[in-house]
Design a protein around this ligand. Structure first.
Ligand code: FAD
Length: 333
């Protein structure tokens, strides 16, 4: 049995589950004509049968039955209400830069928090001598890093070059160069599965290495605490880190960043994979990068199954050689 992390089911009631939703009449799970009902009852933007390969940086994955892109918090809230009533599985994504979706696709609704959820706002007043910034989850990390640089705010330079959304970065507790997202966060506002907005202060959030325990809620807003700094110095640090990335990471080949988590107290996953002699190894169109062994790249024609098979091969070979089972950092859907 593959010990890969299964997807955390965000909006997937168990088969036969009877949903109770905000006092409304409970409905049996899985209304057969849910696409028609969704179209009739929710007026936001939906794309039908869209290949997930178009929504993920690995560029693999079969079609999602529906991709819903709410434009406002009210639209997101009403979408969850309708999906719960229809008993339809859903999953929220950001930029798909840490996702491997199966070739079979996703028989439910992928909720995308995109550019319409991308506002950044400096809050009035300081806290503990730091500047408070509020940012919506659909904002790209790069846009946020550039905005902070422009405002002379430091603390997020490590994120320069990470291609995800703010929501994805919070959920992944994204990090690089010894720093991680949780360090800059003061609070996170979620939308719960039952459609309520819930604010959690940092002290109440369970962050760990590349993980935040979200209790299957959607990250909607992140509150950050950043330090006032010198704009040029911040810009210089960001540029240097971007150059370092270019040097150390594969360029021009679709990937999802580091594929495996670094095992605690051991050499980095990339070093273990390299020392197991796996650099350049291929399964179909998926390859262990020649540049950085913890990057699995799409050499142009990969399927999701190629990535799953290559992942398994790497796990087995590293286990044989070092008695360590590498856990994927990439979420598998
Ligand atoms: C070239 C490259 C370099 C990378 N470098 C780094 C790096 O240095 N450090 C690092 O940590 N990562 C890195 N990554 C991985 C990735 O960019 C990060 O994990 C990023 O934070 C994921 O954000 P996303 O919006 O793409 O999330 P997605 O891939 O869309 O989603 C990731 C997970 O988060 C969930 N999710 C997304 N948005 C929300 C939300 N609003 N609410 C609740 N759940 C949500 C999804 O369901 C999924 O489980 C890299 C990736 C690439 C392609």
């Amino acid at each position: 049995m593959l010990p890969a992390r299964a997807c955390n089911l965000q909006g997937c009631p168990g088969k036969g589950t009877v949903l109770k939703f905000r006092g409304q009449k409970p409905m049996e799970k899985g209304v057969d004509n849910w696409p028609e009902q969704l179209r009739d009852r929710w007026s936001g933007e939906i794309q039908w049968n869209s290949p997930m390969a178009h929504w993920c940086t690995l560029q693999v994955g079969g079609p999602a039955r529906a991709i819903a892109t709410p434009a406002t918090r009210a639209e997101l809230q009403s979408l969850l209400v309708v999906l719960a009533e229809l008993g339809v599985c859903w999953r929220v994504i950001g930029r798909g830069s840490n996702l491997l979706v199966s070739d079979a696709g996703y028989d439910g609704v992928i909720v995308v928090l995109g550019r319409k959820f991308a506002a950044i706002e400096q809050q009035t007043g300081e806290k503990d001598g730091k500047i408070q910034v509020r940012v919506e989850a659909g904002c790209s990390l790069m846009k946020l890093v550039n905005w902070c640089t422009g405002q002379g705010l430091e603390g997020l330079e490590f994120a320069a070059g990470i291609p995800g959304s703010v929501g994805g970065a919070v959920v992944m507790n994204a990090g690089a160069w010894g720093k991680e997202m949780s360090e800059a966060l003061a609070a996170v506002t979620f939308l719960s599965r039952s459609g309520e907005f819930v604010e959690r202060k940092k002290g109440d959030l369970a962050f760990s290495y590349r993980h935040l325990e979200t209790e299957s809620m959607i990250v909607v807003v992140a509150d950050l605490l950043l330090q006032a700094g010198d704009r040029q110095a911040i810009e210089k640090r960001c540029s240097q880190l971007m150059r370092d990335r270019k040097e150390k990471q594969p360029q021009g080949q679709a990937n999802a960043g580091s594929f495996f988590k670094n095992p605690a107290g051991l050499p980095a996953a990339g070093k273990l994979i390299q020392d197991a002699g796996l650099k350049g190894v291929r399964v179909g169109g998926a390859q262990v990068s020649e540049v950085h062994a913890n990057f699995l790249v799409n050499i142009g024609s990969a399927t999701a199954q190629d990535f799953l098979d290559l992942m398994r091969l790497v796990q087995e070979k590293v286990f044989e050689r070092f008695d360590v089972w590498l856990e994927p950092e990439v979420h598998i859907l």
